[in-house]
Design a protein around this ligand. Structure first.
Ligand code: BG6
Length: 469
């Protein structure tokens, strides 16, 4: 690619506490909602019992191995690392007044280590987990009380880390709760639309309050939202399909609209009426929502199709988000449709809509890797996937879209969120651990490690046009 990404473009990788740290009950940490999801975010919930096996209890042991892992990120050339804070390390139950000092001290060490290597942290306040106690005692975000608990937590971490952390995100994939309410919001599964949207409203208010707190406590920081950016195309030019795709996309854009514009979009008034939802929105809530995010972040893995009348449309075979099949696209081994050009489309689409800087905070290929006889991992498929997506980011930059950076998902193999597997690997760094927890946890550089290192070093100049790759 003759194009060079801007010098200030941030390059890195993204993770979540419950998928890498392990040490699930160390140093005063409380149980989190993730601790009762041993089969992944869409799997059965299981109350903890002594002797139970949960891959995430140890995960990849980042809790203890972070100095070596961060050194590997530095070797890759990362200028940015996205991680989340486990809320239950800071407030083990969630409604306490005083934080757990040992939990706070742990993240001090992480930020020190990143600083040592000149890597900028991008921190998610809540990534698919919250203190389990809040889900059990309050039914999660269904309860308005969570707004105050979350604001307290946010203020504590902003005050503690504000001198070193200048980039923050509020809720990971806030729109996913409409599909799976327990994972991101601790709301009982099977809850009706009224409870779901009320819970989402509480989260949106809490997100805005965190934005306000961040602006007050760390004036030189930036804080963004985070959405799952899975755009839906109409399967055909039939106006019914086009309208259905517009409406489907509004299901996730609704969150962005509130977080970026500071008020509910008018199309939701009709929708709420049609589905019989009547929200409790106070004047104080309306005022709070006016504090909008500084930038928009999103994850990008796939796109889907929508058709109203086409009976022959098939669905992807996927546990998490089954989407309409697109005849022009291939899928990953886990049924996710691979659409690099869709990333350029989403970037342009979001920028046209909001005119705010964008950050791609997740993208990557979950695949089974084989260690060959020489002990190497030749993951050319991952290189091709990432090359093609990053190439489209370059195209979007040339379209004039403001893109702050790119953090690929799981730069080091980690436990998958939806299926709780180790075998669904995303990393440039291999971790010796299998789905049954067997393995030495040793780290090893894959072929893609050297590829991503060279992409970062060349500021994207060595990305190849998809046809050449
Ligand atoms: C995103 C989540 O939905 O997708 C991550 O924010 C997750 O937590 C990632 O790991 C990939 O999904 P999975 O199920 O392959 O781990």
């Amino acid at each position: 690619m003759s194009f060079r990404f801007p010098d200030e473009f941030l390059w890195g990788g993204a993770t979540a506490a419950n998928q890498i740290e392990g040490a699930h009950n160390a140093d005063g940490k409380g149980l989190s909602t993730s601790d009762v999801q041993p089969f992944g975010s869409f799997g059965e919930l299981k109350q903890r019992q002594a002797g139970d096996f949960n891959l995430k209890d140890t995960a990849i042991d980042f809790y203890h191995r972070y100095p070596d892992d961060i050194a590997l990120f530095a070797e890759l050339g990362f200028t940015c690392f996205r991680l989340s804070i486990a809320w239950s390390r800071i407030f083990p139950k969630g409604d306490e007044l005083v934080p757990n000092e040992l939990g706070l001290a742990y993240y001090d060490k992480i930020f020190d280590e990143l600083e040592k290597h000149g890597i900028v942290p991008l921190v998610t306040l809540s990534h698919y987990e919250m203190p389990l106690y809040l889900a059990q005692q309050y039914q999660g975000w269904k309860s308005r009380e969570l707004i105050g608990f979350f604001e307290r937590y946010a203020r504590v971490v902003f005050s503690r880390y504000g001198n070193r952390v200048k980039q923050w995100l509020t809720f990971n994939e806030i729109n996913i709760s409409l599909h799976e309410p327990f994972t991101g919001a601790g709301i009982p599964r099977g809850s009706d639309s009224q409870s779901l949207y009320q819970g989402m409203h509480h989260q949106l208010v809490a997100s805005a309050k965190a934005v306000k707190a961040c602006h007050e406590l760390i004036p030189d920081a930036k804080i963004g939202n985070m959405m799952l950016g899975a755009i839906q195309y109409p399967l055909t030019p039939d106006p019914d399909d086009v309208l259905a795709a517009l409406q489907e996309n509004r299901d996730w854009l609704f969150f962005g609209d509130v977080q970026c514009r500071g008020y509910y979009p008018s199309y939701m008034t009709r929708k709420f009426k049609e589905i019989g939802v009547s929200l409790d929105i106070s004047e104080a809530d309306k005022e709070a929502l006016k504090e909008t995010v500084d930038f928009i972040s999103f994850s990008y893995y796939m796109t889907g199709c929508i058709s109203v009348n086409n009976k022959s449309m098939q669905m992807t075979d996927e546990k998490m988000l089954a989407m309409g099949k697109n005849p022009y696209l291939e899928t990953t081994d886990w049924g996710w449709q691979i659409d690099p050009k869709g990333l350029r489309i989403v970037l342009n689409f979001l920028y046209d809509r909001y005119q705010k800087p964008l950050f791609i905070v997740e993208n990557g290929l979950g695949a089974v890797d084989q260690v060959n006889e020489q002990g190497e991992i030749e993951d050319d498929y991952r290189i091709a996937y990432l090359n093609d997506h990053l190439y489209q980011v370059g195209e979007a930059l040339q379209d004039g879209v403001e893109v702050m950076g790119y953090t690929s998902w799981g730069p080091i193999d980690l436990v998958s969120a939806s299926t709780a597997q180790m075998s669904k690997r995303y990393g440039f760094i291999y971790v010796d651990r299998d789905d049954n927890g067997q393995g030495s946890l040793a780290r090893k550089r894959k072929k893609s490690f050297y590829w991503y290192q060279s992409v970062i070093k060349s500021q994207g100049e060595n990305l190849r046009a998809p046809a050449e790759s």
